[in-house]
Design a protein around this ligand. Structure first.
Ligand SMILES: C[S@@+](CC[C@H](N)C(=O)[O-])C[C@H]1O[C@@H](n2cnc3c(N)ncnc32)[C@H](O)[C@@H]1O
Length: 259
């Protein structure tokens, strides 16, 4: 799956023989075209991310199979968003984070590469779980990320002190032409039920628990949470909240209603 990119990068590495790997990666990332940047190998991309270099989505997505690469712009977290979210979660004390609807694994593997978080993802589409596991293996973090093929309703959210949600449930409300793929039959009434599950999990979360959303999650947050960070990127907002007061709340706000 990743052979073409590896082969051409190996050739490039020979031409740059004698240059330290990090310098080679840095120079490659500064190449003026997407095509040249996308020739980086998985291990070079892992090195760049660990070193805090900017890896564009074109370069990262070249590690994905064709169908998933095409889907990336609409359905997978941009590298910058995944990196920012992971840093926020770690900075505010999260230890065990669940990506609800992990897709091809982009958030999870980036978080595992750049933080010490324990990262897990659930994903309802089996072929994406396979992709995510392959991506983690390619990037050398298979032992640090766990992907489970499961629906939200079968998942125990109390096991995690942080949730990452890139608007996972909205697809069920789209016309099927807008779906990621037709490997599953999505029920339109599944989204409100899943949103209610997340809202209940937020009520049950202990003080200090966190949630990061990108493009929201379709629900409202209890006012027992505090908004810590908000950043606009790619036509949406990535936001980080932390629970500041215990217990459920009678008052809930949609994301746009937070000051
Ligand atoms: C917008 S994508 C986000 C992917 C990934 N979190 C990321 O940031 O790159 C949403 C994913 O959630 C999955 N999903 C949606 N509803 C789900 C549910 N109830 N249980 C498990 N996975 C779900 C979809 O199959 C899709 O892959």
């Amino acid at each position: 799956m990743f052979a073409a990119s590896h082969a051409s990068s190996a050739a490039a590495a020979v031409e740059f023989d004698g240059i330290a790997p990090l310098d080679f990666v840095r120079a490659s990332l500064e190449m003026p075209s997407d095509f040249l940047r996308s020739r980086l190998t998985a291990s070079e991309i892992a090195l760049a991310l660990r070193e805090g270099l900017h890896v564009g989505d074109h370069a990262f997505d070249a590690l994905l199979p064709n169908d998933s690469r095409t889907a990336s712009m609409r359905f997978w977290s941009p590298v910058k968003v995944a990196s920012m979210a992971a840093h926020w979660l770690e900075m505010h004390g999260a230890q065990r984070v669940l990506d609800v609807g992990a897709g091809s694994g982009k958030f999870c593997v980036i978080a595992a590469l750049i933080t010490d978080l324990v990262v897990e993802g659930i994903e309802q589409r089996p072929h994406l779980v396979e992709q995510a596991r392959a991506l983690a293996a390619e990037l050398g973090v298979a032992d640090r990320v766990k992907f489970t093929c499961a629906a939200l309703e079968a998942t125990t959210l109390e096991n995690y002190d942080a949730l990452y949600l890139y608007n996972p449930f909205c697809e069920a409300g789209y016309d099927r032409l807008q779906w990621l793929d037709e490997s599953l039959e999505l029920a339109p009434d599944s989204a409100p039920r899943d949103v209610a599950r997340i809202e209940a999990a937020l009520d049950a979360m202990p003080v200090g628990g966190q949630i990061v959303t990108y493009h929201g999650f379709g629900g409202r947050l209890p006012d027992t949470f505090e908004l810590l960070h908000s950043w606009s990127f790619g036509g949406g907002s990535v936001r980080c909240w932390q629970k500041a007061r215990p217990g459920p709340s009678a008052s809930r706000l949609f994301e746009g209603e937070w000051a």
